[in-house]
Design a protein around this ligand. Structure first.
Ligand SMILES: *Cc1c(COP(=O)(O)O)cnc(C)c1O
Length: 372
């Protein structure tokens, strides 16, 4: 087969950084078991490669959103426990047996389907019950717990292996929400009785880092593994989490235009002086959001260059008038380090009114990834 040339744009994923973050978070988790969330193709970093690296490092629990991701992980040779966090279509219950997966459940129909599949495969399936502690997302309500416990007890082939919930505001150190949710979690657990075999888990990255009293039996970390603090940069320290993803492109054209010239669609930027622009082959198609029009920055020759005019689908112009010697072919950093400067996912997120999670997914899942 003929080789297809590489894109100008490339995402680089540093597996050593993810391993570093894993070791740091594992320490923070103390005695609690550690589950690595690798949904959304590992938050844009490559689910399979990240899972392999983490498994090598000793991680034995992985979490994905949907069944199909779990099956892809099995096909890639991940033998650790895989939690299917969003639950399954009851029609797909047999896959849980076939691939030895751990479903998170919150409805009776799925429990029945899992029970039937388990009996057919002559197995006892562990299930984790999802309870709602104030997120109002997935999970049963407090007045339903008895009925669910009875149902699980009464069905052959399945066994309650865990109770799980999720915090809505664990990224906010000052909020009382986490304490309140955790209290509600305790309420569910006391109704479930003292089965020591049950794994209790509720802590995400925020709770793992900022609310150690909520670690319970297992923590589930996502964003922190990928090097971002859940509350942005506030907690950043040199010996802390390391960013895993970087994103680079290169200059494809340099041009000088006079004062008073419009730049890009709609001429939303008009030059106020004779200006040197670098044209970059990135756009919103590559996860460089159109909301970065006239406000984004990139790094060229170790300096910050501001975006001028609208970000197009595949092209963006930046102002390099004040940067000496820029030529086509120069490396451009969109996310990551160059010289002494760094652009973080949190910086980009703040500019476009979102969170690092979305920036990483947008960039990581829309570009060729080099994983090393
Ligand atoms: C995504 C997710 C996590 C991880 O959250 P982070 O804030 O990325 O650490 C944990 N639990 C559930 C149920 C999730 O969906």
């Amino acid at each position: 087969m003929q080789m297809i040339p590489a894109s100008f744009n490339r995402v680089t994923v540093d597996l050593e950084a993810i391993k570093h973050n894993y070791r740091l978070l594992k320490k923070a988790a103390g005695n609690a078991a550690f589950l690595a969330m690798v949904k959304a193709d590992g938050y844009g970093h490559g689910m399979i490669e990240c899972s392999r690296a983490l498994q090598e490092e000793g991680c034995r629990q992985f979490g994905v959103a949907e069944l199909r991701e779990a099956i892809l992980l099995r096909h890639a040779g991940i033998q650790s426990t895989i939690y299917v966090m969003v639950g399954i279509d009851p029609m797909d219950a047999e896959y849980i047996c076939e691939y030895n997966l751990t479903p998170v459940v919150y409805d009776m129909v799925t429990l029945e389907a899992l029970s039937q599949a388990a009996q057919k495969h002559n197995r006892i399936l562990p299930v984790h019950l999802k309870v709602d502690c104030g997120m109002s997302r997935l999970g049963i309500q407090e007045d339903q717990i008895e009925a669910f416990l009875q149902k699980i007890e009464s069905l052959s082939g399945i066994q309650l292996a865990g109770i799980a919930s999720h915090f809505p505001s664990a990224d906010d150190v000052a909020s009382e929400s986490t304490a309140n949710s955790y209290r509600r979690f305790q309420g569910y657990l006391s109704k479930a009785g003292k089965k020591t075999s049950i794994i209790r888990h509720i802590a995400n990255s925020g709770a793992t880092l900022y609310f150690p009293e909520t670690h319970s039996d297992m923590v589930r970390c996502g964003i922190s593994l990928y090097g971002c603090y859940p509350d942005g940069e506030k907690k950043r320290a040199d010996d802390g989490l390391q960013p895993v993803m970087s994103f680079t492109t290169r200059v494809v054209q340099v041009k000088d235009i006079p004062e008073g010239t419009g730049v890009s669609y709609g001429s939303t930027y008009v030059t106020t002086r004779p200006t040197r622009l670098a044209v970059l082959p990135i756009g919103y198609e590559d996860g460089f959001s159109r909301q970065l029009s006239n406000c984004g920055e990139v790094l060229i020759r170790g300096r910050r260059a501001p975006v001028r005019g609208r970000v197009c689908m595949n092209l963006t112009m930046v102002d390099v008038t004040d940067i000496e010697g820029v030529t086509s072919g120069d490396e451009v950093v969109i996310l990551g380090e160059q010289g002494t400067e760094r652009i973080t996912a949190d910086e980009i997120a703040a500019k476009i009114g979102t969170i690092s999670y979305e920036v990483l997914c947008m960039i990581g899942n829309n570009n060729e990834r080099i994983i090393r």
